[in-house]
Design a protein around this ligand. Sequence first.
Ligand SMILES: [Zn+2]
Length: 240
Amino acid sequence: MGLAAADIQRIEDLLKEKLNFARDLHAGDQFSVLVNDQYVEGEATGSSQILGVAIKTGRSEISAFQYSDGSYYDAKGHSLVRAFQRYPLAKQPRMSSRFNAYRKHPITGRVSPHNGTDFSVPIGTKVIAPGDGIVSLVTDHQFAGKYIVVEHGGKYRTRYLHLSKALVRKGQRVTRGQVIALSGNTGRSTGPHLHYEFHINGKPVDPLKADIPMSSKLANQDLRAFTNLVNSRQAMMNLG
Ligand SMILES: [Zn+2]
């Protein structure tokens, strides 16, 4: 559509944590790019800057806007790099059992590692994806109950056990903050709670302590200016 190869490369690079351009795009998807070309006395210098990108694929919309600090953020002011929030719940929950490699199991009494963190939440509490990813499993298990697994790129994986209801299906793309399930008390469970696991390279880690890239957001004083900028650029891109 007249974009320079360098611009296409830049866009692919900007969104690489959000979108796999070889795999995720389908016929009918839409995109919009806002480019600022530099001219000197009517002559294009070949220097250009991408001010905004929006891609609509299926039901998800991915966007990036450049702020005055030179960095790109999504429309809500979150950084674009792969990042997580600490809890898969909207509010900081009460913890009932921590990650513990040597825990005595509360039901069997045997020492068996607790590979996750239990959050004490009433049945039906919204469980949210702590980062962008793709659902790799939705199933029912004798002990784990109804559970979901989400892959976040090749390195990170999260698991959610004892759910009452899954709100996603296998293969579905999810974004950070999206409600993916309702908590429950299914499987071998001593009471309503969410068992949450975070794996790095296939190994479970303590999600509350591990060195996990945390999501960063523009500070409040920048957010207002950024939101104004996004609104005017979206108007230029015929988005709304
Ligand atoms: Zn647990």
